[in-house]
Every structure is written in C-alpha cells, then in structure tokens.
Write a protein that binds this ligand. Structure first.
Ligand SMILES: *Cc1c(COP(=O)(O)O)cnc(C)c1O
Length: 228
C-alpha cells in the first residue's frame, strides 16, 4: 500500500464526519487518524488533509517514522495508543504528546520520571479480554488515586471495544467508561474505532481513533513481533 494522497484522506475524513453526525454527534467529536501499519506517507497525507494529530501503536514503528512528524514547519501531535512497555518510554519522550494507554502505576511512574507533566489517558478494560491491555475497571479508582500524586497531566480515559460480537458488543463497556469519565470530572473520553464509532458517539465519546476508514485495510504491523 503506497501512494496515499491528502485529497483521498480528506474525502475519507468527510465520510467519517458524516457517520458521526448521522449517529447524533457534532464537530466536538475529534477524529484521531491511526497510521499504524502504514508507511510514513500515510502521516504525510493526514497532515496534508489538515489533521493535527495521529495515533501510533508500536514504539519501533513510530521511531522509524520520526522524520515525517515535523516537516516543513507543519508538525503533528502523536498519540501513543498501543501496549507500552516501561523500558520503551525513554525512547519515546521526544516523539509522543499524549500517552493514551497508561494502565498500571509502574508505567505511569516511568512516564512521570522521563517526561514530567506529560498528558496521559488511563486505558480501561471492561472486558477482561486477554492481551488487550487496560486497567480492569474495578481497579480504576486505586490507579487514579495513585496517578494524581504523580507529575502527570491526566486528561481522561481510553478504551478499546471487544474484537468480536459486532459494534453493539462495545456499548456496555463504552457506557461504563463514559460514566467513569464523568464521575472523575475528566475531559477526554477516547473510544470508538472504524467498526464501532457510531456506538461510541451514542455513548458520548470525545475522540474516535480511526485507521481503516481513512487509509484502508492494513497488513499485519511489521513491528508487532518485536514488541509483543
Ligand atoms: C488500530 C487501532 C485503532 C484503529 O482501528 P481501525 O479499526 O483501523 O479504525 C484504534 N485504536 C487502537 C487502540 C488501535 O490499536
């Protein structure tokens, strides 16, 4: 897959905007283009289409694309949305603007040490689905209590819907996460992807993370083996 162009990404963004509106959302819902599994040209096309942020999942892949993140005076904010190993944080601090997948105190502590004041989201797991990451929702209060004592800017919560069962299967978890966002008085609720964004909008997401709808289907990410 090569040859992304800004006009195609712009047209795909308009389709996603229409889906958000059809589900009852408005322009306050932000769209985070997810460029994992694609070459640097996907990031360039997103920037060309006017996007100010992108999401990446794998530390090595992000590092390999670092040259396109800040080019010609147009820079893009990077949201890290994949499983994050504590020992990788050090290599990412000058590339990542928002760490969306903080799910344990040890990781939060390492980010606070290496990137004091960094913006973070806590990733919540409402499913108990193995391998997906996320703080079990029952442990969320304890983690939040500990994280607020660190030098970090806790913006909100993030969650990933179930991989099976279709979009409706995500609803109950999304509702639980949104409730926790409200209870904690946080601003950001990052939930919804290409397959379940309508349900996320109905459950009052503030940010959907969208890859396939903007860039087409991915190959298996090249860096996965090294990081899992
Ligand atoms: C890959 C990924 C996305 C985007 O998924 P699509 O189905 O391609 O829209 C969103 N969030 C996370 C955490 C991801 O890993």
């Amino acid at each position: 897959m090569t040859g992304f162009d800004a006009a195609d990404v712009g047209a795909a963004l308009a389709v996603v905007r229409d889906r958000i509106r059809a589900a009852g959302g408005d322009d306050s819902v932000s769209i985070l283009p997810v460029t994992k599994g694609f070459g640097p040209e996907a990031i360039e096309a997103a920037i060309g289409a006017g996007c100010s942020s992108i999401g990446e999942n794998y530390a090595q892949e992000l590092i390999a694309k670092r040259d396109v993140l800040d080019r010609g005076g147009r820079s893009v904010n990077v949201h890290f949305i994949g499983r994050l190993q504590t020992n990788k944080v050090r290599q990412l601090t000058d590339l990542v603007d928002v760490y969306e997948t903080v799910d344990r105190l040890r990781l939060a502590t390492e980010i606070a040490k290496r990137a004091p004041g960094a913006k973070i989201l806590i990733q919540v797991d409402t499913e108990g689905e193995l391998g997906k990451g996320g703080c079990p929702i029952g442990d969320l209060n304890t983690l939040v209590d500990n994280v607020v004592g660190l030098e970090l800017d806790l913006r909100g919560l993030m969650t990933v819907g179930p991989t099976i069962g279709g979009p409706e299967a995500a609803r109950d978890g999304f509702r639980q996460v949104r409730k926790a966002v409200d209870r904690l008085g946080l601003a950001v609720c990052s939930m919804g992807m290409t397959g379940d964004l309508e349900v996320a909008v109905q459950e009052r997401t503030t940010q959907i993370r969208v890859g396939t709808a903007l860039f087409g289907s991915r190959h298996v990410p090249i860096w996965r083996d090294q990081e899992r």
